[in-house]
Design a protein around this ligand. Structure first.
Ligand SMILES: *Cc1c(COP(=O)(O)O)cnc(C)c1O
Length: 351
């Protein structure tokens, strides 16, 4: 299908839609969502939605949600900006801090949406290689003279983390904004959210889509100095979080924290078991601090197809920088992982 509509923006001509696998699959380990279900208080809030006054607009700048997030992360509400998923935050932040033609640098491979959001905002991307041991490369990132440096830790798709010392070096010499994407913070040993207090250039993006199990409601947020988040909010615009999303997210942040913490603990144990099982199959998975594992596998797309025929969806990557072909596998409950591993063993045998 031709997309070259004459009247369309020229720089969008050869942009394609982000293609998430549409066909449903029995076991879906492809998108790092919470496979243990909806947090109970969030589910109750959604059931009670009929009384929530959906004929009215939600709060323009999500004040009740900001309060709940602020209490969860331990800052004042003036340090929070929310959005329609953290995707919305990342897109808005790029638009707010870079002019068209400016540059955004990141260590590759990283979150696949970043080059897309950069491009949508007319911003050039400069991928640099990761450092040894899967850390980010502070010198390469800061040498790039980029208006925005994007760091994802734990990183999607590798699952690996940026070290505190390296992050501090990046922040100390960054010429512009540093976005730290902590979508998987709950699964990691350490968060670097406190870096926002040390520098007005640091924006930490988080999401309710992963550990909190609310991907379908699209709630993301970021933490940063009040003047910084105000710029993101300006570029994002009002009314981006629906009443349904706000009610469920506030309920989860207020009443479901123990539920989330319990399932994070189970997910970590499941991650350790998955890593061992992959090594038993003769594979060499990367160390992960997230709720997924990246495992290099030759002909990954082919193996993923064989897996899909066996009812298991994973995410295949081809020719990742310094990794090659690999599969990214979300961790879930033990019986699900047992079925997925049996399917993987079979798929590898006939690959
Ligand atoms: C999933 C993911 C997001 C997007 O989360 P939403 O809040 O659902 O938009 C952002 N960053 C990374 C690294 C992710 O993996």
């Amino acid at each position: 299908m031709s997309t070259s509509l004459e009247i369309a923006r020229a720089s969008y001509r050869d942009l394609r839609l982000y293609s998430a696998e549409a066909a449903p699959c029995d076991i879906d380990l492809s998108d790092n969502t919470n496979l243990w279900g909806t947090p109970p208080a969030a589910a109750r809030a959604l059931h009670e939605l009929a009384d929530a006054g959906v004929t009215r607009y939600p709060a323009a700048y999500a004040a009740p949600l900001k309060e709940a997030i602020a209490a969860y992360v331990g800052v004042d509400a003036s340090w929070i900006v929310t959005g329609c998923g953290s995707d919305d935050i990342l897109d808005s932040a790029i638009r707010a801090f870079a002019e068209p033609g400016d540059r955004l640098a990141f260590c590759a491979p990283t979150f696949a949406m970043i080059p897309i959001f950069a491009r949508l905002n007319g911003v050039e991307v400069l991928p640099v290689p990761m450092a040894a041991g899967w850390d980010i490369d502070a010198e390469a990132l800061t040498r790039a003279d980029a208006r925005i440096i994007y760091v994802c830790s734990p990183n999607n798709p590798t699952g690996t983390i940026a070290s505190r010392a390296t992050l501090e070096r990046v922040i100390a010499s960054a010429p512009g904004l540093v976005i730290l994407d902590e979508a998987y913070a709950e699964f990691a040993e350490e968060s670097h959210l406190d870096l926002t207090a040390a520098s007005e250039r640091v924006l930490v993006a988080r999401t309710m889509s992963k550990a909190f199990g609310l991907a379908g409601l699209r709630v993301g947020y970021a933490v940063g100095a009040p003047a910084l988040v105000a710029e993101v909010e300006k570029s994002r615009g009002p009314y981006k979080v629906s009443i349904a999303a706000e009610r469920a997210a506030v309920a989860a942040l207020t009443h479901d924290r123990a539920w989330v913490a319990d399932h994070v603990a189970v997910a970590r144990a499941s991650r350790a078991r998955l890593g061992e099982s992959l090594r038993t199959l003769g594979l060499a998975p990367l160390p992960s601090d997230a709720n997924f594992i990246l495992v290099p596998v030759p002909r990954a797309a082919h193996v993923a197809k064989r897996l899909r025929e066996r009812g298991v969806a994973v995410r295949a990557f081809e020719a990742l920088p310094s990794i090659g072909d690999a599969l990214r596998i979300t961790v879930g409950p033990a019986p699900t992982m047992d079925r997925a591993l049996a399917a993987l063993e079979a798929a590898l045998a006939c690959a």
